[in-house]
Structure formats: structure tokens, C-alpha cells
Design a protein around this ligand. Structure first.
Ligand SMILES: [Zn+2]
Length: 271
């Protein structure tokens, strides 16, 4: 009990710090505390450190060259401070895997699901944030058509390289935290790289096919959410009404978890 109170205090202190440096807004902070607490209580310290590393790295890349992205008009809103939906879309599934891991009596299958969902989250964030700085036109991953910068579904070479780098970083973090020998380290690293890259591309494909897109009836400009443009409310053009950017992120997070979990077979054969 004392330990839980101690952890909760550390967690609240870290969240206040994250709020002060504008990595989360007030609602994001209130969402981050329970997610961190669940991960810490059910997964343990290593699990929490992996989540914390993701959050620090993601915040760094979101704020990286923010002025340049803001100037070009496709930065994250709110100076890059994450709101509750963004925190939940990236941290909700990992926290759920921590609970299932605990219930299953520490079955490593769910550790791999956890690592895979974090690999997606970081690879996707880095690919998006670094890809936005790309000089080249984003292309559809499905048919090569050019796609408006900052819109879902487009990929650039720079974004792809960034996804590889993001997967490599989180894979190294998870490998260091969750392995007890070099063989296990390599399997976790390869699992994270594979699932991070593939799920980020799945995210682009899902964003292009399923995600709801709106269009201004006056000037034909596309938007990802229902907004007022040219004094009229944008209308749904394609995609499913219920599937917004955060929903696509959650689906892709599942893809990352599923892909990573395959590597449990190699991991179990090793031990
Ligand atoms: Zn318009």
C-alpha cells in the first residue's frame, strides 16, 4: 500500500512536470495519471519506464522544429501539448495489456503485445512529425497518388526512414528493459522494428481507406474533422463516420501488438 502511494506521488509529480513543459494539456494530464498508474501497478517498473521513454521521445519529436511545422500550417494544435484523446489513443491499449499480463500470471505474450503497441506509437509519431518536414509530396501507400501534406494516408521516404528510426529506438529501450540475455534482446529488438514499421504503414493505409474525410462544398478543400470553411460546415466525403484519426491509431496499435506477439514463439524457443 505504501509503495502504491509512493508510486502515485512520483506519477503525479512527473505529470505536473509534463504539464509545465506543455507536453500535455490539463485533460491529457488527468488521462496520463491513471494510464501510468495502471501500467506501473500491473506491469511493474520496467513496463512503466518503457511507457515513460515513449512519452518523452514522442514529446521531443512533436516539439522538434515545431516553429517550422507551425509556420507551414500543419503542426499539432495547442503547441504540441497532448490532449486526453491523444494520450488515450497511444497509452490506452498498452495499459490494457498490462492488466491482461497481470491477470494471465505474467504471460510474456502480453509483454510482446505491449512492446508492439509502444513500437507503433513511437514509430507513427516520429514518422508523422519528421515526415511533415519532408520537402517531397506525400504519396498514397495504396496507389501512389499524391496526398495533401498533413493528411492521413500519405507517406514520404523521410517519414519511412523516421518510422524505422523510431522503431529502432523503442526496440532498444524495450530490449534493455525486458531481456535478460543478448538473444532475448535481439528478439525483442527485431520484434519492435518489424511491428513498428509495418503498423505505421498499416496506419497510413487505414487512414486512407476507412478514416472519415470531410470536404468544403465551396472550395473542395479536405479536412479531417468537421469544421467551418468558407462560412459553411464541411460535409462528409468518404470513410466511416465513427472512424477518426484517433480510432485509426487504436486500430493500428492493435496491428502493432498482433505483429509483435508472433515473436513470442522465437522468444519461448530460446529459453
Ligand atoms: Zn472552403
Amino acid at each position: 500500500m505504501d509503495q502504491l502511494v509512493g508510486w502515485l506521488s512520483v506519477l503525479i509529480a512527473l505529470t505536473i512536470l509534463a504539464y509545465r513543459i506543455k507536453a500535455v494539456d490539463v485533460y491529457g494530464a488527468f488521462t496520463a495519471v491513471p494510464i501510468g498508474f495502471i501500467t506501473l501497478s500491473f506491469g511493474g517498473v520496467s513496463w512503466f519506464l518503457a511507457l515513460l521513454s515513449f512519452f518523452l521521445l514522442a514529446s521531443y519529436f512533436t516539439k522538434h522544429k515545431y516553429k517550422q511545422k507551425e509556420f507551414a500550417g500543419y503542426s499539432e494544435k495547442n503547441r504540441g501539448a497532448r490532449g486526453w484523446a491523444s494520450v488515450l489513443a497511444n497509452g490506452g491499449l498498452p495499459a490494457l495489456f498490462a492488466i491482461i499480463y497481470y491477470i494471465s500470471g505474467n504471460n510474456n505474450l502480453y509483454l510482446f503485445c505491449y512492446a508492439g503497441s509502444l513500437a507503433f506509437a513511437l514509430a507513427d509519431t516520429v514518422a508523422t512529425e519528421v515526415g511533415l518536414l519532408s520537402e517531397s509530396t506525400p504519396r498514397s501507400i495504396l496507389n501512389g497518388r499524391s496526398i495533401l501534406r498533413g493528411h492521413s494516408g500519405g507517406v514520404t521516404l523521410r517519414g519511412e526512414i523516421a518510422a524505422i528510426a523510431g522503431s529502432l529506438i523503442i526496440g532498444t529501450v524495450c530490449g534493455l528493459l525486458f531481456s535478460s540475455n543478448i538473444g532475448q534482446f535481439i528478439i525483442i529488438l527485431v520484434a519492435c522494428i518489424t511491428s513498428g514499421i509495418l503498423s505505421t504503414n498499416a496506419d497510413s493505409a487505414l487512414g486512407e481507406t476507412l478514416q472519415c474525410k470531410y470536404r468544403c462544398a465551396v472550395c473542395d478543400k479536405y479536412s479531417e474533422t468537421k469544421i467551418v470553411h468558407c462560412n459553411v460546415v464541411t460535409i462528409r466525403d468518404r470513410g466511416f463516420r465513427l472512424i477518426d484519426n484517433n480510432m485509426v491509431n487504436i486500430l493500428s496499435s492493435f496491428v502493432g501488438a498482433a505483429l509483435c506477439s508472433f515473436f513470442i514463439l522465437a522468444f519461448n524457443n530460446l529459453r
